[in-house]
Design a protein around this ligand. Structure first.
Ligand code: UN1
Length: 503
């Protein structure tokens, strides 16, 4: 056992369900959390049974009734303290993220920083849950809207951002007066357990022992399905594959519940002939290779003007060949392992398919050991079928274009619509890219990679990405119940739309 695991309260066996500081449970199946770099088990986790899940959601429901009555700014103070505690534990948590998920330490620190920043954002937000006041069409009437807490929120998160995506949802929901029930990916339960311990600690210090923030480790078939079906949970926020999102969304829609979906991305970068390649090259390397291509914002497609194609590819190949691949805890490493051998097989299958579809591997793609790979650069003749799929691995498909309209068409011609970017110094290209006929994604960047979004803006995408928005801006509104209010403070009884109903 590493010392940092002990400091985070991780033991050899860990109950994976929790609805309060002293209420841990996990009588369901036992699973092992595996270090993707070594293939060795780090610790085991007891998943929740259906009975325990029910106890957890009942606790969340009961806590909601009292938590919603706490003034927003007071809730915000508690969320601020969660952020401060995350900051104190940043290094230990980052090491756990690296150990269990496999991203390099530098990126793991960035991920924990996202959660710390979210706490600061949400704490400020707690004084800004504003509604609008409208002018009533009737005399002596007041018309306005206000925002109420919504209820227990279900949060389903993916393996690739085991702390940050929880924070986008949970810290905002908690600020908004909701209680939360978190089902993390069963590939990274220890990160969730460590975060839950930190949150428990802070809540308990403020006198909140039970139900405000709950954890239900389980599989998609168990805890994921129970949350989706559960009428006590008015909102389910789910991050992961398109297939998972479709299942969750159909089930929640069947009971007329709400969802926030953050699903697959298939992000492209357009590099125009006017691009500054000194900016484009490092941005593309980080976007395509960072987190071993396992961000939903990772760059998967490079659409490059034919006049700069050869230079850009040569510079990318040179950069790729200088990257250290290996132990993600080693500060020199730039790319760690993929999450598991299944992910490696999927990458190999995609590379085989693309060869059959006319693609040529220009660099990398080889498997090194069980879960390590060389990142790949593959030339393709346009959006061949495999390019339309999101393969969660470091494969960069390169295609050349002649005119900018063709680049935009290639860019938008995939089912997903999360993040996008253009490298250009030409004002006309930039504004076209950002116009109604430009990028069709939820995120559109200029001379900035597709990945590495800041928390201040709303995060999410269109088409098969699911349409949800999380984190900053006014994404909080999805976690609250909007109420339109009309008050008649006069003595008459005028009707709207000028209706005369006198009798
Ligand atoms: C994800 O991959 O699900 O924009 C989230 C980024 C990070 C978050 C990615 N801030 O790359």
């Amino acid at each position: 056992m590493y010392e940092f695991l002990e400091r985070l309260g991780i033991r050899e066996h860990n109950p994976g369900g929790c609805c309060g500081v002293n209420e841990w449970m996990g009588e369901g199946d036992t699973i092992a959390s595996v270090n993707p770099a070594s293939g060795k088990a780090i610790a085991t986790v007891g998943l929740v049974s259906e009975r325990e899940y029910d106890t957890i959601v009942s606790a969340a429901q009961a806590a909601f009734h009292t938590w919603r009555m706490v003034p927003g700014p007071v809730r915000g103070t508690i969320v601020r303290d969660i952020g401060l505690r995350l900051e104190e534990r940043k290094e230990d948590l980052a090491r756990l993220v690296t150990l269990e998920m496999g991203k390099i330490l530098e990126e793991a620190r960035g991920e924990v920083q996202e959660a710390i920043d979210m706490a600061a954002f949400a704490s400020g937000l707690s004084r800004q849950l504003y509604g609008k006041t409208m002018t009533s069409e009737r005399p002596e009437h007041r018309l306005y809207e206000q925002w109420h807490p919504l209820g227990p929120v279900g949060i389903i998160t993916a393996f690739n951002f085991p702390v940050a995506v929880w924070s986008w949802n949970a810290l905002v929901a908690t600020t908004c007066g909701d209680s939360t029930v978190w089902k993390p990916s069963s590939k990274v339960p220890l990160c969730a357990i460590a975060v839950q311990r930190i949150v428990n600690e802070v809540l308990a210090e403020h006198g909140w022992g039970r139900g405000v923030a709950c954890l239900a480790c389980g599989t998609g078939q168990t805890a994921g399905t129970w949350i989706a079906r559960d009428g006590r949970i008015p909102l389910v926020s789910a991050t992961g594959s398109v297939a998972m999102g479709r299942r969750v969304s159909e089930t929640v829609a069947g009971r007329l519940g709400r969802t926030i979906l953050e699903l697959g991305g298939n992000n492209a970068v357009i590099v125009s002939k006017s691009a500054d390649l000194d900016q484009a090259v490092p941005a593309i390397v980080f976007g395509a290779v960072g987190t071993a291509g396992q961000r939903c914002t990772s760059i998967r497609r490079l659409i490059v003007h034919e006049s700069v194609r050869d230079t850009l590819v040569a510079r990318l190949v040179k950069a790729y060949s200088s990257l250290t691949i290996g132990d993600p805890l080693d500060p020199k490493t730039r790319m760690g392992p993929l999450i598991d051998t299944d992910a490696v097989s999927k990458m190999q299958m995609a590379l085989e398919s693309v060869r059959d579809q006319g693609g040529t591997v220009l660099y990398g793609g080889k498997r090194r050991g069980e879960t390590f790979v060389d990142p790949a650069i593959v030339e393709v003749p346009g959006n061949v079928p495999v390019v339309a799929e999101e393969t969660f691995a470091p494969i960069l498909y390169v295609m050349a274009y002649e005119d900018f309209d063709e680049a935009l068409w290639l860019h938008n011609d995939v089912p997903q619509g999360l993040s996008s970017s253009l490298f250009s110094t030409d004002l006309r290209e930039v504004e076209t890219f950002l116009s109604h006929k430009g990028s069709d994604c939820g995120i559109a960047n200029v001379n900035v990679s597709t990945s590495g979004a800041e928390i201040g803006a709303a995060f999410g995408g269109e088409k098969e990405t699911g349409g949800g928005r999380e984190a900053g801006s006014d994404a909080w509104k999805a976690y609250m119940r909007r109420q339109s209010v009309t008050t008649n403070w006069g003595t008459g009884m005028p009707l709207s739309q000028g209706i005369d109903f006198s009798y």
